[in-house]
Design a protein. Structure first.
Length: 182
């Protein structure tokens, strides 16, 4: 299945391509972004980290049909990447995202998250979306809570910043679609 461009009021979510690695490499390797990422993210981030991830992880997983990746861009500046959001068809890890700090606090990730979550349920026809997040990542918690997700479990997980309490959040397709009607 070809991944489409998704649009919101302010954003374009464009399918990830190899050429995006250059912009990702400039934005991503910042402590504010990586500290709550899974421990497998190398830190300090190597000079070829984005190229390696895009070409050897993200794009192959898209081809396998287990992942959907979009770059997040403002509709007014479509050539400028702001962050990335992805969906994964793996147990308890269905959505992940990051946004450059200069774009945070403006509702962009909430907008992108709504578009990607709707795609998960109403295009891919998945029944449940689950996502882990570091318990101290209050911004990510707010995005999940505001979209109707609920906390279902807390465990310890390794993140770039160390061993942290990690929360598993969930929403079902029926719950998601009931919220859209309101």
């Amino acid at each position: 299945m070809r991944i489409p461009t998704l649009t919101t009021d302010r954003l374009l979510l464009k399918p990830l391509v190899a050429e995006d690695a250059q912009q990702i490499q400039k934005l991503y390797p910042r402590w504010e972004i990586v500290r709550y990422m899974v421990a497998s993210v190398p830190w300090p981030y190597p000079e070829n980290g984005a190229e390696n991830y895009v070409n050897n992880v993200a794009l192959p997983d898209i081809v396998k049909g287990i992942a959907w990746f979009w770059t997040i861009r403002h509709r007014d500046t479509p050539g400028k990447l702001m962050g990335v959001i992805c969906l994964y068809d793996v147990e308890d890890n269905n959505r992940g995202f990051w946004l450059a700090p200069e774009y945070q606090g403006q509702g962009f990730m909430r907008e992108a998250s709504i578009a990607a979550t709707d795609y998960w349920f109403n295009v891919l026809n998945k029944q449940t979306l689950r996502a882990f997040k570091a318990a101290v990542n209050s911004r990510s918690q707010r995005i999940s809570a505001s979209s109707g997700m609920r906390l279902i479990n807390t465990v310890k997980k390794e993140y770039v910043s160390g061993l942290l309490d990690s929360e598993l959040w969930e929403i079902t397709r029926d719950e998601w679609n009931a919220r859209k009607v309101c």
